[in-house]
Design a protein around this ligand. Sequence first.
Ligand SMILES: [Zn+2]
Length: 163
Amino acid sequence: MAQQEWSIEKGRKACSKCETAFASEEVYMSALFEVGEAFERRNFCANCWAAGIENVFSYWRTQIARKEEKRDDRQTLTDLFDNMMSATELEGPRHKLAFLISMSLVRKRLLRLEPSIWRDGREHLVLLRTADQRQFTLPHPEITEEELQPLHEELCKLLGIEV
Ligand SMILES: [Zn+2]
Protein backbone atom coordinates (compact mmCIF):
# COMPACT_ATOMS: atom_id res chain seq x y z
CA MET A 1 0.00 0.00 0.00
CA ALA A 2 2.71 2.44 0.99
CA GLN A 3 4.57 2.22 -2.29
CA GLN A 4 1.73 3.60 -4.37
CA GLU A 5 0.85 6.29 -1.91
CA TRP A 6 3.79 8.64 -2.21
CA SER A 7 5.62 9.76 -5.23
CA ILE A 8 8.21 12.35 -6.05
CA GLU A 9 9.99 13.53 -9.10
CA LYS A 10 13.17 11.66 -8.39
CA GLY A 11 16.51 13.37 -8.49
CA ARG A 12 15.24 16.50 -10.15
CA LYS A 13 16.92 19.68 -9.07
CA ALA A 14 14.98 21.93 -11.38
CA CYS A 15 11.77 23.91 -11.25
CA SER A 16 8.71 21.80 -12.07
CA LYS A 17 7.15 24.65 -13.99
CA CYS A 18 9.83 26.54 -15.95
CA GLU A 19 12.35 23.67 -15.72
CA THR A 20 15.22 25.99 -14.87
CA ALA A 21 17.88 24.07 -12.94
CA PHE A 22 18.45 25.24 -9.39
CA ALA A 23 21.78 26.84 -8.65
CA SER A 24 23.96 25.90 -5.71
CA GLU A 25 22.48 27.33 -2.51
CA GLU A 26 19.39 28.57 -4.33
CA VAL A 27 16.32 28.73 -2.14
CA TYR A 28 13.27 27.16 -3.71
CA MET A 29 9.87 25.93 -2.63
CA SER A 30 8.89 22.31 -2.26
CA ALA A 31 5.18 21.64 -2.35
CA LEU A 32 3.02 18.61 -1.78
CA PHE A 33 0.05 17.94 -4.00
CA GLU A 34 -2.69 15.45 -3.39
CA VAL A 35 -3.09 13.21 -6.39
CA GLY A 36 -5.94 10.84 -5.71
CA GLU A 37 -4.93 8.91 -2.60
CA ALA A 38 -1.29 9.85 -3.00
CA PHE A 39 0.97 12.78 -2.39
CA GLU A 40 3.41 14.12 -4.88
CA ARG A 41 6.24 16.55 -4.27
CA ARG A 42 7.19 19.17 -6.81
CA ASN A 43 9.82 21.88 -6.54
CA PHE A 44 9.46 25.44 -7.78
CA CYS A 45 11.83 28.33 -8.30
CA ALA A 46 11.06 31.57 -6.46
CA ASN A 47 9.71 33.28 -9.59
CA CYS A 48 7.23 30.57 -10.47
CA TRP A 49 6.21 30.28 -6.83
CA ALA A 50 5.58 34.03 -6.60
CA ALA A 51 3.49 33.88 -9.78
CA GLY A 52 1.14 31.50 -7.96
CA ILE A 53 0.89 27.73 -7.90
CA GLU A 54 -2.56 26.22 -7.48
CA ASN A 55 -3.84 23.31 -5.41
CA VAL A 56 -0.88 23.18 -3.05
CA PHE A 57 -1.63 21.04 -0.04
CA SER A 58 1.44 21.95 1.98
CA TYR A 59 4.81 23.49 1.28
CA TRP A 60 8.18 24.36 2.74
CA ARG A 61 11.34 26.18 1.83
CA THR A 62 14.24 24.15 0.60
CA GLN A 63 17.77 25.16 -0.15
CA ILE A 64 20.27 23.34 -2.28
CA ALA A 65 22.94 22.73 0.32
CA ARG A 66 26.59 23.11 -0.44
CA LYS A 67 28.15 19.69 -0.69
CA GLU A 68 29.95 19.81 2.63
CA GLU A 69 26.84 20.92 4.50
CA LYS A 70 24.07 18.78 5.82
CA ARG A 71 20.64 20.26 5.54
CA ASP A 72 18.61 20.72 8.67
CA ASP A 73 15.60 18.54 8.07
CA ARG A 74 14.09 19.46 11.39
CA GLN A 75 12.81 22.78 10.08
CA THR A 76 11.22 21.10 7.07
CA LEU A 77 9.44 18.63 9.33
CA THR A 78 8.38 21.31 11.80
CA ASP A 79 6.96 23.56 9.07
CA LEU A 80 5.13 20.68 7.51
CA PHE A 81 3.74 19.56 10.84
CA ASP A 82 2.40 23.07 11.48
CA ASN A 83 0.78 23.09 8.06
CA MET A 84 -0.74 19.68 8.59
CA MET A 85 -2.10 20.43 12.03
CA SER A 86 -3.75 23.62 10.85
CA ALA A 87 -5.46 21.77 7.99
CA THR A 88 -9.16 21.49 8.62
CA GLU A 89 -9.57 17.89 7.56
CA LEU A 90 -7.05 15.24 8.43
CA GLU A 91 -8.53 12.18 6.79
CA GLY A 92 -7.12 9.22 4.86
CA PRO A 93 -3.64 9.81 3.41
CA ARG A 94 -3.44 13.24 5.04
CA HIS A 95 -3.98 11.72 8.42
CA LYS A 96 -1.35 9.07 7.79
CA LEU A 97 1.11 11.69 6.60
CA ALA A 98 0.51 13.85 9.68
CA PHE A 99 1.09 10.82 11.88
CA LEU A 100 4.35 9.90 10.13
CA ILE A 101 5.62 13.44 10.40
CA SER A 102 4.78 13.55 14.08
CA MET A 103 6.63 10.24 14.65
CA SER A 104 9.70 11.65 12.90
CA LEU A 105 9.54 14.70 15.14
CA VAL A 106 9.28 12.43 18.17
CA ARG A 107 12.40 10.55 17.00
CA LYS A 108 14.20 13.86 16.67
CA ARG A 109 12.95 14.86 20.12
CA LEU A 110 11.16 17.93 18.85
CA LEU A 111 7.86 16.46 19.97
CA ARG A 112 7.27 14.44 23.08
CA LEU A 113 4.72 11.68 23.24
CA GLU A 114 2.48 12.10 26.27
CA PRO A 115 0.02 9.48 27.56
CA SER A 116 -2.76 8.90 25.01
CA ILE A 117 -6.29 10.02 25.62
CA TRP A 118 -9.55 8.45 24.47
CA ARG A 119 -12.11 10.56 22.73
CA ASP A 120 -15.21 9.34 20.88
CA GLY A 121 -14.08 5.76 21.42
CA ARG A 122 -10.81 6.36 19.65
CA GLU A 123 -7.24 6.59 20.86
CA HIS A 124 -5.68 10.02 20.38
CA LEU A 125 -2.00 10.72 20.54
CA VAL A 126 -1.03 13.65 22.68
CA LEU A 127 2.08 15.41 21.44
CA LEU A 128 3.92 18.12 23.28
CA ARG A 129 6.25 20.35 21.29
CA THR A 130 9.39 20.85 23.30
CA ALA A 131 10.23 24.27 21.81
CA ASP A 132 7.06 26.08 22.86
CA GLN A 133 5.23 23.53 25.05
CA ARG A 134 2.32 23.56 22.65
CA GLN A 135 0.12 20.49 22.80
CA PHE A 136 -1.39 18.71 19.81
CA THR A 137 -3.77 15.79 19.63
CA LEU A 138 -4.00 13.44 16.69
CA PRO A 139 -6.23 10.39 16.33
CA HIS A 140 -4.12 7.25 16.18
CA PRO A 141 -4.25 5.93 12.61
CA GLU A 142 -4.58 2.24 11.85
CA ILE A 143 -0.89 1.64 11.27
CA THR A 144 0.88 -1.37 12.71
CA GLU A 145 4.49 -1.40 13.94
CA GLU A 146 5.50 -3.45 10.88
CA GLU A 147 4.03 -0.90 8.50
CA LEU A 148 5.71 2.00 10.22
CA GLN A 149 9.31 1.60 9.05
CA PRO A 150 8.59 1.25 5.31
CA LEU A 151 6.16 4.16 5.53
CA HIS A 152 8.78 6.21 7.32
CA GLU A 153 11.25 5.53 4.52
CA GLU A 154 8.67 6.54 1.94
CA LEU A 155 8.07 9.75 3.86
CA CYS A 156 11.78 10.57 3.79
CA LYS A 157 11.85 10.01 0.04
CA LEU A 158 8.77 12.15 -0.41
CA LEU A 159 10.25 15.02 1.57
CA GLY A 160 13.76 14.53 0.28
CA ILE A 161 15.22 14.28 3.74
CA GLU A 162 17.59 11.97 5.55
CA VAL A 163 16.11 9.13 7.58
ZN1 LIG B 1 10.35 28.14 -12.28
